[in-house]
Design a protein around this ligand. Structure first.
Ligand SMILES: [Mg+2]
Length: 460
């Protein structure tokens, strides 16, 4: 029996604003950061979970983690894992913390770190990568991990079990593809950050194309003229057959989104990602109605705060691609719920992965989605553009993997299936210390003179 003895939080930040990595129309200078929850036990196993933020405020998330993690201390791991759905409900039920959410914002980001640390610990104790822990579950066990309270009008637990049973056809073949690293194809955003010069973009697009990528995403939302110029360059390099996606990171109103995107029709984007506010379900539906005639779909999800938003986006036929985030949602339990809802509504999931630690998480997520659901639910009812008949598609960004003990890897444009136990977000100790915020004198980069250019700058 493994008992959780204590937890620790960490605030780790990488100074990515210095070279504009991650820059887009809304987020012009982010410092990719992670708020960590580490769960220590009376065994050699430690559970690692994190939430991604882009800098300032990471300390606020880290400060919220103890309010949730303290419920796990001095209790056996099995008391939580024997019914993960009930555990998740308990962890979201502190009424005073709930008041500052509920199930959204800082408290939910903190929940994501804690819940994923618990899953990571469970998988380590079982000696399995997370994807396999879930892939080995019977449909009833998967369904028991999900809190159905606010989604029962869209899918019931009984329906979910039947759905998963139906999808078991072909599961063995899918697992074989997972073993061959052919389950999840990657697209790249590495060339497309808005702050990159056209020369840098051209160079990186060419490099990604030569590495075998066939799907590319570019940030848009600057001036229309600028976007047209960037998309023209992109099409010249990637050709007409490659798949191009564009991402506006919420910069537009609904009419602006329609107006702007209509002018980008000649470049045949597969979808526009985050055209407007992530909370505006009917707004997304309006954008999709206006653009679907041109063959352009709508994607969102990286800032969709919980399963209720996804449920409504799906019910309102507002998106053609769902992009759940590993830790903006309340950890893997809620991610499983969104996979299930998306499959039910016939919308494919392409998890959000652009951030530190996210590719490490999402490689497991997309494999789980693929193994559990296969082609069930992959017939998009209103989306045009390329189908992903069985294999999944996932964003891959190249930055910061060197800080991880088990970095996400891509080979021939596909995810290399992780084989080590856990959820893969355990950071190297030396990186965690070097980039700890505010950190220790003489140890942390944030105490160096170089850091002053960020710390003393006006916020943008
Ligand atoms: Mg995005």
């Amino acid at each position: 029996m493994v008992t959780i003895t204590r937890f620790e939080t960490r605030d780790v930040r990488f100074p990515t604003s210095l070279d504009k990595t991650g820059s887009d129309a809304m987020n012009t200078a982010g410092d990719y950061s992670a708020a960590y929850c580490l769960l220590y036990t009376d065994s050699e196993h430690v559970g690692h979970g994190m939430t991604f933020t882009i800098g300032r405020g990471n300390d606020i998330v880290a400060a919220c983690i103890p309010y949730i993690a303290k419920h796990l201390v001095s209790k056996p791991l099995s008391s939580f894992t024997s019914n993960m759905g009930a555990t998740w409900r308990t962890l979201t039920s502190d009424s005073q913390i709930r008041w500052i959410g509920p199930e959204k914002g800082v408290s939910h980001l903190a929940l994501g770190a804690v819940v994923n640390a618990l899953w990571d610990l469970w998988a380590r104790v079982e000696g399995k990568p997370i994807w396999q822990l879930v892939a080995d579950m019977a449909p009833e066990e998967v369904v028991r991990c999900i809190d159905f309270r606010y989604v029962e009008d869209a899918i019931t637990p009984q329906e979910a079990v039947e759905f998963l049973r139906k999808a078991e056809v072909g599961k063995a073949e899918r697992l074989e593809k997972v073993r061959q690293n052919r389950a999840v194809r990657c697209y790249t955003t590495s060339a497309g950050w808005l702050g990159y010069s056209k020369e840098k973009m051209r160079e990186l697009l060419l490099q990604s194309k030569n590495e075998g990528f066939q799907h590319f995403k570019l940030k848009v939302g600057a001036s229309v003229e600028e976007d047209i110029e960037r998309l023209k360059i992109a099409r010249e390099i990637i050709g007409d057959d490659a798949v191009l996606m564009v991402d506006a990171n919420q910069i537009w109103s609904v009419p602006q989104a329609i107006e702007h995107m209509t002018q980008l029709v000649p470049f045949k984007p597969w979808f526009i990602e985050e055209p407007t506010s992530p909370d505006d379900i009917l707004g997304h539906a309006a954008v999709l109605r206006a653009l679907s005639g041109y063959g352009i779909g709508v994607a969102t999800g990286e800032m969709a705060q919980n399963r209720v938003i996804f449920k409504q986006l799906l019910q309102a036929r507002a998106i053609t691609v769902a992009q759940p985030d590993a830790c903006r949602l309340g950890g893997l339990n809620e991610v499983l719920c969104v996979f299930l809802l998306a499959a039910k509504f016939g919308v494919q999931c392409v998890p959000h992965s652009g951030g530190v630690g996210l590719p490490e998480y999402t490689q497991h997520m997309s494999i789980i989605d693929y193994v559990l659901f296969g082609a069930v639910g992959q017939q998009t009812p209103n989306g045009d553009g390329p189908r992903v008949p069985e294999e999944r598609l996932l964003e891959y960004v190249e930055h910061l993997h060197e800080h991880y003990e088990e970095p996400a890897e891509v080979e021939d444009g596909y995810v290399v299936t992780p084989t080590r136990p856990g959820y893969s977000v355990n950071m190297k100790e030396e990186s965690a210390k070097k980039y700890e915020f505010p950190g220790k004198d003489g140890v942390s980069w944030w105490r160096s003179d170089e850091a002053k250019q960020i710390l003393d700058s006006e916020w943008v």
